[in-house]
Each structure stands twice: as C-alpha cells, then as structure tokens.
Design a protein around this ligand. Structure first.
Ligand SMILES: [Zn+2]
Length: 325
C-alpha cells in the first residue's frame, strides 16, 4: 500500500448535505424508519468535520418537533410513526447539539421523561417501545436520554446498573442480555451506560483488563475491527470498540495506523461517504462511525468526540453529572 490515504472531508460533507436534499427519492422513503437517527448521525459527523452549519438548523429542529408523539411523549423516526427509545435519544441529541432543548415545553419534557422511564422493566432492562423488544442497547439509550435531560434518579439507575453487570461474560465481553454471546456493540452500550451514571468503578481492575483484551482482540490483520471472534471487520466497530477502550483508558491497545488505513480504504472516493468494508455501498451510519473513530485516535485534524455520549465535548460538557449534588 504505497498510495497516500487521507480523509476526503469535503466529499463527505457534500455526501451528507445531499442526503438532506433527497426527499423525493425512493431511497429516502425506503429508510423512513431511520430518518431521525440519520439526521443525528449526519449532524454529528458534520460537527466533527467543523461543518455543522451545512444543515439548516431551523429546518432540522422543525423536523424533530414533527416527530414528537403527543400520545406517548417519545419521538418517532418520522412524523406519524410510533415513538421508540432509539429515535427519542436521537431527537434529544439533536436538540442538545443545537442548544435548543428549551424549544420543548415543560410538559413535553415531562412526558418524554415519563416515556423513557415507562419502558423500564422489573429487572432493570428497558424495552425499546411498547412492542417489547429488549436488549442492553436500550439501557444505554434510556440512561443517555435521561442524562441529557438531567433527570436520572436512583430508582431508574440502580436496577439498570444491576442489569448491565449481569450481562458481563467471563470472556471479558458483554452480551445483549444475561448469558448471551459477547458482542462489541454491547460492550460499548454497557460501558457507556455505566460511565453516564459514574459506575465504571463497579467493575474490578481484573474485569477491566479482561474487557480490554477482549476488545483489542477485535482488530483483524487487515487493520479493521470486528464485532466478535471469527467475524469480518466493519467500520462501525471503529466506534463501538474504540469508544469502549477510551472509556476504560486502554485506547492505545489498538494499532492506530492500521485501523486508520482500514477506515480510509472504506471511503467512496467519487461521491464521498464511508462504507462498512472496502468497496461496499456507503451510508451515513458508517460515515459517522468511521470519522468518529479517526477523531478518537486524533487523526485528520477532526474535532474531538465524547466517547460516552457520541457528541462533541463542547456540547456534553454542559450536561450535569450524575449523581446530582
Ligand atoms: Zn457496521
């Protein structure tokens, strides 16, 4: 590999900008169920590239408000859809990034908090919505949302922490529920959730070392990271694995240069954007997580990213830390 690889920042900005203007296309409607998440991924990637003004703030906020579901208090991926925890977090992240949470009325905020809390189950876990799909992602999603809204309480936090610790496996990974196979995405959501409520200290040094080993073994010879043993590498694990390592102060256990090269090889040199693997179709999800990974490693002159919240530290530094004084 002798060619000089670099981040094609201008092309990625154009790629994300174009997504915002594709409202008439088939592709746009096809991904309707992801729309609000997509706006968050795009906006955060733009922030990292110091181009957050690429989106029209007023239009984005207007769209977020249209996704608010009066009946339940959560946010849907798209107007007139059902609310879900994942898109509720995206809505709150977007408003927080724009320093515009106060556009919600006190009553809307109150109902939103109730929506999140109302999805917690007896064992401390959360369901994503009334259809009852459960996994540890939703614990992270719920705690992150409540944290940004500064409304965490011990009644929510204590059972959630217990549930997360039950998802820890002896191989050093975390499963999506107690006893399930370890997966890098669950490592991030577990560690991120514990970090949000200042409970990483509930893990012993020995466990943290095991976790570090399990995570750094995700790097494959071609430089990319996989989600679990024996699987192909994928750019989004540049976030799940690297952010996890950052949270337990073991980021340097990864070979930065090789991972950087892998991420840059997944860029579409013509239209911009980053894919999961070299030569695959790009999407905004992998574009964000590729860029976020490069930012965590300090490459390409990018803005920093907070490994706990996946938002710029300039935004998250204003979130009140739990436990509240
Ligand atoms: Zn992926």
């Amino acid at each position: 590999m002798t060619e000089e690889l670099r981040l094609l920042k201008e092309k990625h900005i154009k790629y994300i900008e174009a997504l915002d203007k594709k409202q008439d296309s088939y592709e746009y409607w096809l991904t309707e169920h992801l729309r609000l998440n997509g706006v968050y991924w795009g906006l955060t990637a733009l922030c990292l590239m110091d181009a957050e003004n690429t989106f029209d703030k007023t239009q984005v906020i207007d769209f977020v408000l249209k996704c608010y579901v009066e009946a339940t208090g959560g946010f849907a991926p798209f107007p007139r859809h059902d609310a879900h925890l994942l898109t509720t977090l995206s809505a709150i992240q977007i408003l927080k990034t724009y320093d515009s949470l106060d556009i919600l009325s006190p009553d809307q905020v109150k109902k939103c908090i109730e929506f999140v809390r109302g999805n917690q189950l007896e064992d401390g876990s959360f369901q994503g919505d009334k259809f009852g799909e459960i996994d540890i992602r939703f614990v992270y999603t719920a705690l992150s949302t409540l944290s940004i809204l500064e409304s965490l309480t011990p009644e929510v936090v204590e059972p959630a922490v217990k549930f997360i610790l039950r998802c820890y496996n002896f191989d050093g990974g975390f499963g999506l529920c107690p006893g399930a196979e370890s997966h890098a995405a669950w490592a991030f959501t577990s560690l991120g959730a514990l970090a949000i409520v200042d409970r990483l200290g509930d893990l012993t040094d020995e466990q943290l070392n095991e976790i570090g080993w399990w995570l750094c073994e995700r790097q494959v010879p071609e430089g990319g990271l996989n989600g679990r043993p024996g699987k192909l590498p994928d750019v989004c694990y540049s976030w799940w694995v690297l952010a996890s390592l950052a949270l337990i102060n073991k980021l340097e256990w990864i070979d930065y240069e090789k991972l950087r090269e892998y991420i840059l090889r997944c860029q579409d040199e013509k239209k911009g954007g980053i894919s999961d693997r070299p030569d695959n179709e790009v999407d905004v999800f992998h574009t964000l997580f590729g860029i976020a990974g490069l930012s965590l490693m300090g490459f390409e002159d990018l803005k920093p990213i907070d490994p706990v919240y996946c938002m710029p530290p300039s935004v998250t530094k204003t979130i009140r830390k739990y436990p509240y004084e």
